[in-house]
Design a protein around this ligand. Structure first.
Ligand code: GLC
Length: 557
């Protein structure tokens, strides 16, 4: 047995280090549960379904933005960082939700969006009203346009959502927005911006929030000095040396060291996880104890269902843990990606990565290539058991515990994602993974709420309803519940060892206490180690593990 130590930390469910091994459930509030029938999920809806989270057995909930917003980017266009969107409720509803989650032993993580505000934020309105050269414009990134009257954008840089990254304001100046034009980027050289985010972190911490997910944590600090590099040089987003003008500059770590001091004002200190799309060698800095403390590791979300790819991603994640001293995060999907059950059902294409295959499938409304949805679901279950057996934290996107699929054929008029409009028809966007959850097999919006659902749910959603799967011992939900409950009792030290197997389609590792995780990625059914099979992603065949499946086996020393 090749032993590799990932770290010597004991399992901390309580105390300051609770997050190291937590299972965090991501809620996209507008599509989780709707209490008032307006078709938009809300905070009271989440409170009414805390039982689902408790029965599932997760440790914490990460709430995607619930702040006032025009929804130009699903709520990541924030009008006011310290309030609740009236369609989603009130601050009193938020307090009630915190109480309900804490009462059920669950923690709550709020999403902080510091790279940009919405164009309806009072600061941006003031910036526009105050005119050229005004102090109020310094909170954002305004530049003079080129050519007569400043009619041309300052440079040729593009928005990540498609189209130019500059928007004119009518007086010869333009503002920079890496995302939608409704999301002007903040200027983090401005001390007032820094002070205001400290206030926001304290505001939510004082209300009982246990931690924060930091949106676009690798953005914030930028170098927009002239001469500008051409977009052809800037488009490549990851660099290993911190020289990119937009991403992962050294200066971001000053901000997070400052935030760490705010987090440490609390007992226990507030936790934070960075969404940092950076070169893998630079991820650990975001996860350091002097910084945010943890960073998302998106590699599993990009890997194919292949044993060699899983092995490489696991090795890289464990290596990160050794460098940062933090735990890594494992995740199969989120509100920005094609649902995992669908992704694993799409055929591999030697010329395209899995994201590109998914985009093609979405653009054909799910017609091409042909998806094997049952296979995808089966693989997603096998992968979930792998992730849940690894040391570190696992993030589960709402609906993935049901094996829910992407909805590829939403009516065009229901699409809300700016990617759909800004990409000029070359991308469909992320709405297909944000369709409101099914809770019951029938009824208006399948139990999502007393009214309809936005975007609308397809007829096949009922099959994946929480109440249907709760009654089926072979469902994905039942598997998740069993695995999460076992994980609670099995997790101890953050140690991990590969167990070599001559069969290349088998991935096998062991955790302390004789907790073996064995996956068969293909081929004939395989023998399992002698012990008790605690959970398996599909039924065993004559005691053997069939293809595309994972089992946890408890082996006595
Ligand atoms: C993050 C969010 C994504 C959002 C973007 C801009 O990547 O996950 O949903 O569109 O930031 O805020």
């Amino acid at each position: 047995m090749a032993v590799m130590r990932a770290g010597g930390f004991p399992f901390p469910r309580e105390g300051a280090d609770w997050w190291r091994s937590a299972v965090v459930y991501q809620i996209y509030p507008r599509s989780f549960a709707d209490s008032d029938g307006d078709g938009i999920g809300d905070l009271a809806g989440v409170t009414s379904r805390v039982w689902h989270l408790a029965a599932l057995g997760v440790d914490a909930v990460w709430l995607s933005p619930f702040y006032p917003s025009a929804l130009a980017d699903g709520g990541y266009d924030v009008d006011d960082h310290r309030d609740v969107d009236p369609r989603l409720g009130t601050l009193a509803d938020f307090d009630e939700l915190v109480g309900a989650l804490h009462g059920a032993g669950l923690r709550i993580i709020a999403d902080i969006v510091p790279n940009h505000t919405s164009d309806r934020h009072p600061w941006f309105r003031e910036a526009l009203a105050s005119g050229r050269g005004a102090r109020e414009r310094e909170r954002y990134i305004f530049r003079d346009g080129r050519g007569p009257g400043g009619a041309e954008p300052p440079n040729d840089w593009q928005s990540g959502f498609g189209g130019p990254a500059w928007e004119p304001v009518g007086d010869g100046q333009w503002y920079f927005h890496y995302f939608a034009k409704e999301q002007p980027d903040l200027n983090w050289d401005d001390p007032g911006v820094r002070e205001d985010f400290r206030t926001t972190l304290r505001f939510w911490s004082d209300r009982g929030v246990d931690g924060f997910r930091i949106d676009v944590a690798h953005g914030l600090v930028k170098d927009l000095s002239e001469p500008f590099a051409p977009w052809s040089e800037v488009a490549e987003v990851t660099r290993a040396d911190g020289t990119h003008p937009l991403w992962d500059r050294e200066g971001v770590h000053e901000i997070y060291a400052d935030w760490r001091r705010v987090f440490d004002e609390y007992d226990p200190p507030r936790f934070a996880v960075a969404e940092a799309a950076v070169h893998p060698t630079r991820r650990a800095r975001y996860a350091s104890a002097e910084g945010l403390g943890q960073a998302f590791n998106f590699q599993m979300q990009e890997a194919g269902f292949q044993p060699d790819e899983f092995r490489a991603v696991i090795d890289a994640g464990l290596a990160d843990m050794r460098v940062s001293g933090s735990t890594t995060t494992w995740l199969l999907g989120c509100h920005d990606t094609l649902r995992v059950a669908t992704r694993y059902g799409l055929p591999r294409d030697p010329d395209l990565n899995s994201h590109q295959v998914g985009q093609r499938w979405l653009l054909t409304n799910g017609a091409e290539p042909v998806a094997d949805l049952a296979l995808g679901e089966r693989r997603a279950r096998a992968a979930a058991l792998v992730l849940l057996a690894l040391p570190g934290a696992t993030y589960v996107y709402q609906g993935d515990e049901l094996g829910l699929h992407e909805v590829p054929d939403l009516p065009p008029e229901s699409l809300q994602d700016p990617i759909a409009t800004r990409s000029g028809g070359t991308a469909k966007g992320r709405d297909g993974c944000r369709v409101p959850l099914p809770w019951t097999p029938d009824g208006p919006s399948f139990g999502f709420g007393p009214g309809g659902a936005q975007p609308p749910q397809p007829a096949w959603f009922g099959r994946y309803a929480v109440s249907v799967e709760a009654d089926d011992p072979d469902s994905t939900l039942s598997m998740y519940r069993r695995a999460l409950s076992l994980r609670r009792s099995l997790t101890s030290e953050e140690e991990f060892a590969w167990v070599s197997d001559p069969d290349e389609s088998v991935l096998h590792f062991v955790r302390p206490g004789g907790w073996h995780c064995v996956s068969n990625f293909g081929g004939a059914p395989v023998e399992l180690p002698h012990g008790t099979v605690a959970v398996s992603s599909v039924r065993l065949e004559d005691g053997r593990l069939p293809r595309e499946a994972t089992a946890w086996v408890l082996v006595e020393d």
